[in-house]
Ligand binder design. Structure first.
Ligand code: SF4
Length: 339
């Protein structure tokens, strides 16, 4: 047992002040569905825990621009089954329901979902080298069992993937992350929130010291008619994505007027490539156009041995997800089979 202090502030200002004064040895904790596991495995050993569960961040509210504001402490279940989310942002509801288990979704929070760490086997094994856990020690996955690892955006320091489903939908929807820190509040575009590993794989996000996620804002644009979240994995439940695809579009007069495409399970962050989306604009929603978009988003994909299969798998998944989105027949979150 590693001793740590525990504090439970009642307001955002006190929480940020505590994080600022306690420094890098402090962690915010809410649902704890990832952090507690990491502490049990001695991957994370914070000297101070700041319990944020009493902060007033548990509401889903209408935004002035027609979007929605998800408090950082809303649970994954609360969001997935909220009537406004189901009717206006079904892509998000579908992605959340594809992740974890009902028990975990009942406890895990929106803010925490963004901060969950990779499920790389070696990250959780303190007996082997891992640059993310211990910078400069090496990467056991590079020439090890890397079936679940990245095919896009990896570095020679780390080939881990981000495990979230929810974040893939938030990337496609172009959500924003609202944070409060010692220097005040700021809004971070979702595409800028998660980092690629580069030469600092221990850094997962662009959060600054002492910053607390307070909300996720969803823009009014919701793609409620033509969307799908397709998740491919080794078993139908309680498994992380080998490849997942959030696909959404607007179709006007038989042509694609807007398109969004984000991939999960393939990179250190939800993966988008604007040029692949631009390729679809003005095109008929057919397999040929979808194949060209898939080729574009995967143009720099590279396997590391065990995970080579992900490249053709991702191409087929992208085409299928776009076809389902165009047809207005999203992947069922209940019947998860791929026919
Ligand atoms: Fe560690 Fe990243 Fe290598 Fe996994 S892929 S062992 S998390 S450095």
């Amino acid at each position: 047992m590693i001793p740590f202090t525990y504090t439970r502030p009642d307001n955002i200002e006190d929480a940020v002040r505590a994080a600022s004064s306690l420094g890098s040895a402090a962690r915010f904790i809410a649902g704890g569905t990832n952090l507690v596991d990491l502490m049990k495995e001695h991957i994370e050993q914070p000297a101070h825990l700041i319990d944020v569960t009493h902060l007033p961040l548990k509401q889903i509210e209408d935004a002035n621009d027609g979007g929605l504001i998800l408090g950082a402490l809303t649970t994954n279940s609360q969001v997935a089954y909220d009537e406004r989310i189901q009717s206006r942002y079904p892509l998000l509801a579908s992605a959340i329901r594809a992740g974890a288990s009902a028990q975990l979704r009942n406890v895990a929070t929106t803010g925490g979902n963004l901060l969950q760490r990779t499920r790389c086997f070696y990250f959780y094994d303190t007996a082997v080298a891992c640059n993310k856990r211990e910078p400069g020690s090496g990467c056991a996955a590079m020439h090890g069992k890397n079936r679940i690892h990245a095919i896009l955006g990896a570095s020679d320091q780390c080939i881990a993937t981000h495990p979230s489903d929810m974040c893939v939908a938030l990337a496609a929807l172009q959500a924003c992350v609202q944070v409060t820190g010692p220097q005040g509040t700021r809004s971070i575009a979702f595409a800028d929130f998660h980092r690629l590993p580069g030469d600092q794989p221990d850094q997962d996000t662009t959060l600054r010291a002492g910053e607390l996620i307070t909300a996720i804002t969803l823009p009014a644009e919701n793609f409620a008619a033509n969307y799908t979240y397709l998740k491919l994995r080794d078993r139908l439940s309680y498994a992380f994505a080998l490849v997942s695809v959030a696909a959404a579009m607007h179709i006007e007069n038989g042509l694609i007027a807007q398109a969004r495409l984000a991939l999960g399970g393939v990179a250190h962050r939800p993966w988008r490539e604007p040029e692949a989306e631009h390729l679809l604009i003005g095109k008929a929603p057919d397999r040929h156009a979808f194949g060209l978009a898939a080729d574009r988003i995967l143009i720099q994909a590279r396997g590391h041995g065990d995970n080579d299969f992900k490249i053709p798998l991702a191409r087929r998944a992208i085409v299928r997800a776009l076809e389902q989105a165009a047809a207005g027949i999203p992947q069922s979150p209940i019947d998860k089979r791929i026919n």
